[in-house]
Structures are given as structure tokens and as C-alpha cells.
Ligand binder design. Structure first.
Ligand code: DAH
Length: 351
């Protein structure tokens, strides 16, 4: 029996040595240490042996059992480590195919259009002066674009604003809707819906049916503004505009107000700012005048207030409106407005 035990140990160790796959460890254990294994049978059969042999064989069998158990444990651990290392190596070679140490591919991020940036800058300045931003639709009723602003059907001022009419007629067969020709339509709406004190700026797209060239498009951008309260005067208009011009166009830039006519203001003025390039001396950019015309302004006509339900005996107001596409053109020194709306990202990205 002692002979058989050491043979058994030899084969068991040799076989275990040959195991490379962790899943074969279990069958090895069943075969050599399991309940039906030869070793277990021999341990059970010890009782039938003579006392002397029983002692030595029993001790040996138990020792071998302990040895086999401990080599199994060592082997299990060893195979586990090997398979972990193999996994790691597999990970590494997969990673090498898509090299994780390379710098990442940049995700293209969007940015604001230069016109939107200009809107935001203008809005920030007026917000800090206590104004709020109000926007309205590009498609407008004749009433708010013209009628409410003292521009009735046959008024010659309509000729200045060649209008895109919407193909729609009301019950009386009148064409009633249009693409707004100025953002002063929002001024008319705010006078009709808000209660004084009012301080608003009104940015948006406007449309005119005109030939296009480097500085004129059928769609462009304006900002209008309106302040209505008790005792508002022309001095308030000038104060607000000077402050705006100083912050938007630069410290010390002069602003010029000259009498002008707009049906919805009385008195009305044309507003210009000193040319940024020549500082009033005259250059190509400002057509040798030294001034860049921004737009118009004035004291809201009493009839316009009245039509909107505000008592002109109690309240007065100033209004202004100017185009804003000029600003990014001046800032970036670009002389063709069409580039801004051509959707060529190579152009837009560099601004
Ligand atoms: N809406 C006028 C235009 O587009 C500009 C303008 C002039 C707006 C005077 C005003 C204003 O609010 O008071 O030519």
C-alpha cells in the first residue's frame, strides 16, 4: 500500500504539472482528492489493515493528501496570475491598434455669429442702463409696421421702405401682412401693450425689397429703443446715446444729432458717430464726411403714444433705431456685408 501511495503521488504531481487551463483543475481535484478517488478509498480501507501497517500507511496517506491539497492551491493561484497577465497583454495590443496615447480628436464646437455677438454687446450696455430686451416676429401687420407709427396707406414715407408683402388678404381684400421693414414695429407694439415707465430695446431682422450690393442686403439687422415716462426729454435721449456710443464705439468718440424727419417722432434727428478710422477727418470708409450715420431718433410723436393708449399730456418718450451690421464690418475691417450671411465657415470662423 505504501508503494501504491507514492506511485499515486507521483502521477498526481506529474498530471497537475501538465495542467495549463484553470478549468482542468477541478477534474484533477475530483480524480485525486474527490470522495471517490483512489486516495480517499485507501484512507477508508485503512481499518482493515494490521495495526502496524495501518499506522505508517495512514500517516503517509494523510501527508500525501495534505501535500496534494497544497500543490493544488499553489497551482490555482499561479494559473490565475497567468491568465490576468494574458488579459492585460490582450488589452494592450487592442489599445495599440487604436493608440490611446495619441492626443484626442478635437470635437468641433460652435460659436456665435458676429451679428449675434454684436446684438449681445449692445443689449448688455442697455440692460446696464435699466432697459429690457423685447423681441417680436419678423412677419408683421401693416398696422404696427406703418399705421400705428403715423405712416398711413398713402404716406410718402412708405416709399423709403420698399416692402415685401405677404401673399395674404383680409376679408376686405386688403394686403395686411408684410416682412417688417424696421424694428420700430416693436416700439409700436410696446406702446400698445406696456404701461409706463417703459425702457426697452428691440433687436431683430428687417427686410427691404432693394437691389443688393456690398453694403445693402434685402435682410439686415436693427435695434430700436424706447423710453416712456413722466418728464422724459431730448436730454435723456442724448445722455443715453452718448453713454452707449462711449461704451460701444470707444471712449471720447463724438456723437452728432442733426434734425431729420421720421413720421413717428417730433422732433426727429439723425444720429451719427465719429468715424473710427479717421476720427472725423474724412476717409474712404466714411465717404470723406468724418461721420458714420447710425440711424434715427427723436421724441415719440404724441399721436403715436395716443394711438397706443398712453396719454401724451402725462407721458413723453424718446425712441431711436439704428442698423447694426455696420458695427462688425468696422470692427473687423470687412467691406462686404454679404460675407456675413454667405455661410462660408472659413470666413466666419476667423472672426
Ligand atoms: N425706423 C427708422 C428706419 O428704419 C429708424 C428710426 C428713426 C427709428 C427714428 C426710430 C426713430 O425709433 O425714433 O429708418
Amino acid at each position: 500500500m505504501i508503494q501504491r501511495l507514492s506511485e499515486l503521488k507521483q502521477t498526481a504531481l506529474l498530471e497537475l504539472d501538465a495542467v495549463k487551463d484553470p478549468s482542468n483543475l477541478e477534474s484533477w481535484r475530483v480524480r485525486y482528492l474527490g470522495r471517490k478517488s483512489e486516495l480517499t478509498n485507501m484512507l477508508r480501507g485503512l481499518a482493515e489493515l494490521p495495526i502496524e501497517e495501518r499506522k505508517t500507511a495512514g500517516a503517509l496517506a494523510n501527508r500525501i493528501k495534505g501535500e496534494l491539497e497544497s500543490v493544488l492551491e499553489t497551482k490555482t493561484e499561479a494559473l490565475k496570475t497567468i491568465s490576468q497577465q494574458q488579459n492585460m497583454r490582450a488589452d494592450e495590443s487592442a489599445a495599440a491598434q487604436g493608440d490611446i496615447t495619441l492626443p484626442g480628436r478635437p470635437i468641433p464646437t460652435g460659436r456665435l455669429h458676429p451679428i449675434s455677438e454684436t446684438f449681445n454687446e449692445i443689449a448688455d450696455i442697455f440692460i446696464s442702463l435699466g432697459f429690457q430686451v423685447v423681441e417680436s416676429n419678423d412677419v408683421e401687420l401693416d398696422y404696427y409696421n406703418f399705421e400705428a407709427l403715423n405712416i398711413p396707406a398713402e404716406h410718402p414715407a412708405r416709399d423709403d421702405m420698399s416692402t415685401f408683402w405677404i401673399d395674404y388678404e383680409n376679408e376686405r381684400g386688403e394686403r395686411q401682412m408684410l416682412l417688417r421693414t424696421h424694428t420700430t414695429n416693436v416700439t409700436a407694439r410696446n406702446i400698445a401693450t406696456m404701461k409706463p415707465p417703459i425702457r426697452v430695446i428691440e433687436p431683430g431682422r428687417v427686410y427691404r425689397y432693394e437691389a443688393t450690393d456690398a453694403t445693402h442686403l434685402t435682410m439686415f439687422h436693427q435695434v430700436d429703443g424706447l423710453a416712456v415716462d413722466k418728464n422724459i426729454t431730448m436730454a435723456d435721449l442724448k445722455g443715453v446715446f452718448y453713454d452707449f456710443a462711449r461704451r460701444f464705439y470707444g471712449e471720447g468718440r463724438r456723437v452728432r444729432f442733426r434734425p431729420d424727419y421720421f413720421p413717428f417722432v417730433e422732433p426727429g434727428v439723425e444720429v451719427a458717430v465719429e468715424c473710427a478710422i479717421c476720427h472725423g477727418n474724412g476717409c474712404r470708409l466714411c465717404g470723406n464726411s468724418g461721420w458714420i450715420e447710425l440711424g434715427g431718433a427723436g421724441m415719440v410723436h404724441p399721436k403715436v403714444l395716443e394711438r397706443g393708449g398712453i396719454n401724451p399730456e402725462e407721458y413723453t418718450g424718446f425712441a431711436f433705431g439704428f442698423g447694426i451690421d455696420r458695427a462688425p464690418m468696422l470692427r473687423y475691417g470687412i467691406d462686404d456685408l454679404r460675407l456675413f450671411f454667405g455661410s462660408d465657415l472659413r470666413f466666419l470662423r476667423q472672426l
